[in-house]
Design a protein around this ligand. Structure first.
Ligand code: C2E
Ligand code: MG
Ligand code: MG
Length: 887
């Protein structure tokens, strides 16, 4: 049944109830009123009847008394034995008086002769009384065959002006003559006899003759001549009892009751108009009607209230239905699954999302199903291979957690989706369970975590995660006393590969290296990528013995070395790469992780400096060296500002003995340690930015020297070679500064020769070419220092505006000793000649070396054999004594 029909039905129900009640009340009221009316009429009828009976008796009695009085006159006056003349009027009147006095109703009694003249009377006038009988009455009395009492029509008394009746009968005298005894009765007196003690509302009393002549009436009618009433009483028999007869006096419809009395066809009648009879009833009726109306009003009010209540009830019900519909809609539009349990943990409600998450529960979930049943079905899907007992245990655990209202927990569905389940108690002791699909969220956070903690290229833990794990490992090793180890790896010449073959190939190599590294360690160890070509391997809990731990770490390190030395296949090309591995032990004490990492890094640099592709353990001595290095850096800074540097010059000779030039070599004139060779500080200066101002100072000093020699014929041909470090050369304003120094000092550019190392030139060929080109246009010359050590392809030489190659002293040193070096030196010289470049050999210490070089075609020499680096004065002295320059 629809929700809408209910109020209508109820309204109809209430409406018909109200109508029924109202009808009942009206019917009851009408019945009551009708009955009351009947009772009132019956009462009036009974009263009327009773009254008429009483009135009849009273009238009979009164008239009888008068009749007796009149009849007794005969005896009283002795009429029947006397003659009219015999009667003494005085005596007779006296007798009559005393007799009449006994009847209070009679005004007087008189004896009249046949002519109507008074013979005697009880009146004070005695026989002199004038009796005015109605016309014909006397005759009518005397004409009667038998003496009977006759009553006259009412007349107005001549004497008293009252309405009176005359009652008479004749008496026979001794002589058979007739006299008439008559009595005057005031109608008022007779009336009062009739109605004495009677209280009937609206009562009309009439005394009538059979013909309708009205003798008296109560209330009294004041007509002079008594009227004749119609219809006659005899005709009223039927209607009289129906309360439809016309009342005798007023003619209103009503009840007429009458009875004949003893005398002369007289009838006493009582008329009660219906209106009067019902006067009392009308009040009753009104009261009943009022009460009924009150009842009806109450019923209507109750009905109205009931309707209002029911309508508000149905409105409330509709509102509830509406809100339930809204709730259902809301539940259906939820993205999450939803289930409501009652206090017995039985299913009350759920949404379609729930069914989508748990399709296999579709046939299980129904209202009032215990949640345990749902869980049992779920266990079947969660533990498809579990035994019955295992599943039951799972169900019990879940239900227990539910009872404890544990915070949100997560469930992984067999499909791999992650569902977060939140259970909250409802106020009535039930449970609201929501199921959120957090798969995407978890994936996203996993991704974020991976981005934050993993290197996207290799998927290895990044520096952050490594540091975190190291911290935990250090703390754990302090507790367990177990030593672990840290291996710091750097791929040798990775930059070259990256620059020459491209970043994509570089990335490929890094990924393969990561892959290989993972195969070298246990699951619990960590392989991380710090960035670039730097990797760190952290080995956990190797041994409580540090030597054993170190041995183990060395084995792993060597394994890594072997594995990483296997050629790589990079996009179809085979590539050989080697790592430098620095190792350090961790454990024993709470060391800061950064320090550990630094130690491994130092060890790795040790490997680099010792020729790469090896494993080296951190040596505390090395740390001391590094600290010293830091100290040195500070000192160098001071030396620069304190002008503690000096330039020495090493002469460069031609085969013919001329000094063609000199190499400017920096020396540190240390206030305590004396003169320090650049080998002790140049590398430190190169690692810091210090080499830039230092190199600039050297350049400026050398140029000032050139300018100083400008005007001296002994020195003005001397070229000065100045060493330029990579960092210095890579400065953006390097060219501008050289040009500026030349301009400021006034040195001639073609006497300045800049020595660049082979690796510097190779590092960024384009930049090198550009800068050299610009300086070349100014006249500056270039030499490649330590040539031959870079193992590089010589093809680039053609691209560079070079003037000279400087054979590295390591080759010169082995000339005649190592055949390969002989070959290299010959090759360099041959190539230089092909490219039309000068070639100079440095580090020439023996005549044999000089001879070899000269034999191979080298014509320029620098070395202790001919001259060590010296202060400028010594060089000038040497120049003074040297073979004079030709041309
Ligand atoms: P280098 O440019 O290769 O300079 C040649 C080095 O070989 C000089 O060492 C020189 O004293 C040494 N030498 C010369 N002849 C012989 C020899 O017959 N036998 C041996 N064993 N050595 C010989 P020095 O002066 O100690 O300089 C070492 C390095 O320091 C230089 O190597 C150069 O790379 C760097 N250097 C020196 N001065 C400067 C400078 O002003 N600026 C820059 N950037 N580097 C400098
Ligand atoms: Mg040099
Ligand atoms: Mg050199």
């Amino acid at each position: 049944m629809s929700e809408r029909t209910t109020p209508l039905r109820i309204r109809t129900f209430v409406g018909s109830g109200v109508v029924m009640f109202v009808v009942a009340v009206v019917l009851v009221a009408a019945t009551l009123a009708w009955n009351a009316r009947k009772v009132a009429l019956a009462d009036s009828e009974a009263q009327g009847t009773r009254f008429v009976a009483g009135a009849e008796a009273a009238l009979n009695r009164s008239l009888l008394a008068v009749d007796v009085l009149l009849a007794s006159t005969d005896e009283l006056l002795g009429l029947s034995t006397a003659m009219a003349d015999w009667i003494d009027p005085e005596v007779a009147s006296q007798r009559l008086r005393s007799s009449a006095r006994q009847n209070l109703m009679v005004r007087y009694v008189a004896v009249l002769d046949g002519t109507g003249k008074a013979i005697a009377s009880s009146d004070a006038a005695g026989s002199g009384l004038q009796v005015q009988l109605p016309l014909g009455f006397l005759a009518a009395v005397m004409e009667q065959p038998v003496s009977t009492l006759m009553i006259s029509a009412p007349v107005i008394s001549f004497a008293s002006s009252e309405r009176v009746l005359y009652v008479a009968r004749y008496l026979r005298m001794a002589d058979s003559s007739l006299v008439v005894a008559v009595a005057e009765l005031p109608v008022a007196a007779l009336s009062s006899v009739l109605v004495q003690g009677v209280d009937i509302n609206g009562l009309q009393v009439t005394l009538e003759r059979a013909g309708g002549q009205l003798l008296l009436s109560v209330p009294n009618r004041e007509e002079a001549i008594a009227p004749t009433l119609t219809p006659q009483l005899g005709d009223l028999t039927e209607t009289g009892q129906n309360w439809d007869a016309p009342a005798r006096l007023t003619g209103e419809p009503g009840l007429v009751v009458y009875r004949p009395i003893l005398y002369q066809d007289l009838r006493i009648a009582a008329s009660i108009p219906r209106v009067a009879a019902l006067a009392g009833w009308r009040d009753q009726r009104n009261a009943i009607a009022l009460t009924g109306a009150l009842f009806v009003a109450m019923i209507l009010a109750a009905g109205g209230l009931a309707l209002r209540y029911l309508s508000s009830l149905s409105q409330a019900r509709m509102a509830i239905a509406q809100s339930k519909a809204t709730l259902d809609q809301a539940l259906e539009s939820m993205v999450s699954g939803f289930m409501l349990l009652d206090r017995e943990y039985r299913v009350v409600q759920w949404n379609s999302q729930f069914e989508q998450i748990y399709p296999w529960l579709k046939d299980v979930v129904a209202p009032m199903v215990p949640f345990r049943r749902v869980m049992e079905e779920t266990s079947r899907h969660h533990l498809p291979r579990g035994t019955h007992d295992e599943r039951m245990r799972w169900v019990e655990q879940r239900l227990l957690k539910q009872k404890q209202h544990e915070a949100a927990h997560e469930q992984t569905l067999p499909s791999g989706r992650t569902i977060q389940i939140i259970e909250r108690p409802t106020p009535d002791g039930g449970l609201v369970i929501t199921y959120h699909d957090v798969t995407a969220l978890r994936q996203a956070s996993a991704e974020i975590e991976s981005l934050a903690f993993y290197d996207p290229l290799t998927n290895l833990p990044n520096r952050r995660l490594l540091m975190d794990r190291m911290q935990q490992a250090v703390a754990a090793s302090v507790r367990s006393g177990q030593y672990g180890a840290l291996l710091f790896l750097d791929l040798d010449h990775f930059k070259t590969l990256n620059d020459t073959l491209g970043h994509e190939v570089g990335d490929m190599l890094l990924r393969q290296v990561a892959q290989r590294l993972k195969t070298c360690v246990r699951r619990e160890d960590t392989v991380a990528r710090l960035g670039g070509d730097e990797f760190v391997v952290m080995l956990h809990e190797l041994s409580v013995n540090s030597d054993e731990a170190a041995a183990y770490a060395r084995r792993v390190g060597e394994k890594i070395l072997r594995k990483l030395n296997v050629p790589y296949s990079l996009g179809g090309n085979t590539h050989h790469s080697t790592p430098s591995i620095g190792a350090t032990l961790m454990g024993g004490a709470l060391q800061p992780t950064v320090d550990l990492l630094k130690q491994a890094d130092i060890a790795m640099y040790q490997v680099k400096s010792q020729g790469r592709n090896a494993l080296c353990f951190f040596d505390p001595q090395m740390q001391i060296a590094i600290s010293a290095r830091a100290q040195l850096e500070g000192d160098l800074q001071q030396a620069l500002t304190g002008r503690q540097f000096v330039l020495h010059y090493q002469p460069q000779f031609h085969l013919d003995g001329r000094i063609v030039g000199a190499e400017a070599l920096i020396r540190w004139d240390h206030p305590e340690r004396g003169l320090i060779a650049p080998g002790a500080f140049i590398s430190v200066a190169e690692e810091s930015e210090l080499i830039v101002p230092m190199g600039h100072w050297v350049l400026r000093t050398a140029c000032e020297q050139l300018a100083a020699w400008e005007n001296d014929a002994r020195y003005r041909h001397v070229q000065l070679s100045v060493n330029v470090s990579a960092r210095q050369f890579r400065q953006r304003d390097f060219v501008a500064r050289v040009v500026e120094v030349l301009r400021e000092t006034g040195a001639r550019p073609h006497l300045l020769k800049l020595e660049l190392t082979e690796s510097l030139v190779l590092d960024n060929v384009d930049d090198t070419v550009a800068k050299m080109g610009m300086l070349k246009t100014k006249g500056v010359r270039f030499s490649v220092d330590d040539f031959g050590t870079g193992y590089s392809s010589l093809a680039y030489l053609t691209r560079l505006p070079l003037d000279q190659l400087k054979i590295d002293q390591s080759f010169v040193h082995n000339l005649g000793v190592r055949h390969t070096d002989d070959v290299i030196v010959q090759t360099i010289i041959g190539m230089a000649r092909n490219l039309e470049l000068d070639v100079i050999a440095e580090g020439v210490e023996t005549q044999a070396q000089k001879d070899f070089l000269a034999e191979y075609g080298c014509q320029l020499f620098q070395g202790y054999l001919m001259g060590r680096p010296t202060p400028v004065a010594a060089l000038e002295a040497l120049l003074d004594n040297a073979v004079p320059v030709q041309g």
